[in-house]
Unconditional design. Sequence first.
Length: 212
Amino acid sequence: MNLILLGAPGAGKGTQAELLMEKLSIPGISTGNMLREAMRNGTPVGEKAKYYMDNGLLVPDDVIMDIVAERVAQPDCVNGFILDGVPRTLAQAEALEARGVRIDHVVSIEIDDAVIEGRMTGRRVCGKCGASYHIVANPPKVENVCDLCGSELVTRKDDAPETVRKRLEVYHAQTEVLKDFYAKRGKLRTVEGNQTIEGANEDILKAIGAKA
């Protein structure tokens, strides 16, 4: 079963991908890992990617799509895979299709922007030991103090309200169009993301016709 998970930053894609990898026994394939692996293996496409990265340039879509096609053709993907972080844009989705990469289901984890803002802007991290907290869901015993080492908790730049809003804007502008693209092909499945991790996972498995 070849899957794509869609959802705004903070919607829980990473957590769900890990659960699905375990339950379906298929690999999760992230763009970053694919690029590093292709470069490490010295494949022709990997060498191309290395040139761009070594020169501080963004790796073009066509090179990334070649790497995806190369990766999903490997033996560990024979029973399926989960794509993480790709496609991000309509051009990438069209390029995947053009390269003959078959996608069975595209699961969109739906969650309101306001809920995502609350999730992400409420996150706190220990500046010293890296322990994670959330002011509502998982607060420290003492406000802004790490339970484990007593150091001050900080808000990561990624979780600052203005950064979160910007990331959501980019998501809606670039990635939401993918929902229309896959809906027209009868492959889109939507799942409510504002529920327990287990509940969302059960809904995803039902949506793709897999046993929980």
